[in-house]
Unconditional design. Structure first.
Length: 156
């Protein structure tokens, strides 16, 4: 239960940070258009360093949670988890071109992706086929994201 509590706590914390703080507004501004953010006075280099520091801290926390859950630590434990994370984020509405998305959408995307993976396990689908289907989901989500971007551009 503790990993779930940590996940929900961090999701709420970062949703509040991205919505109500200057840091969050700067993240969205840099993601949308880095040159425009630079012209508006945001220190891009300093902000990116802070973003990467926070990402590193969260990655180390995830590693500790994963190791405590499995009661072991091995060098290849997190292999291919990055693709799962990208798929969850894109399913949740995060744009790969930047500047769009939310923590709530990513949480919903992770729930959807978790149900899909649980369904694969329930159906006893081979691990190789699971990876292929995950790849198809990622490609489909990217295509859908590109289509949404074009539709927004046409409306504007």
């Amino acid at each position: 239960l503790m990993p779930v509590i940590i996940f929900i706590s961090l999701a709420i914390l970062f949703q509040l940070i991205l919505t109500y703080t200057r840091y969050g507004k700067h993240c969205y501004a840099i993601g949308s258009n880095e040159d425009a953010a630079r012209m508006s006075g945001i220190k891009i280099a300093n902000h990116k360093i802070l973003v990467y520091v926070i990402a590193g801290i969260l990655a180390s926390l995830a590693a500790v949670v994963l190791c405590s859950k499995n009661l072991t630590a091995q060098s290849g434990m997190g292999v291919m988890y990055e693709l799962d994370a990208i798929a969850m984020a894109v399913i949740g509405g995060v744009s790969l071109s930047g500047g769009r998305g939310s923590i709530v959408g990513t949480v919903i995307g992770s729930l959807i992706f978790g149900v899909i993976i649980s369904g694969f396990t329930f159906l006893r689908l081979d691990a190789y086929y699971q990876e292929m289907v995950k790849g198809v989901i990622i490609v489909g989500a990217v295509v859908l994201d590109q289509w949404r971007q074009r539709m927004r551009a046409l409306r504007a």
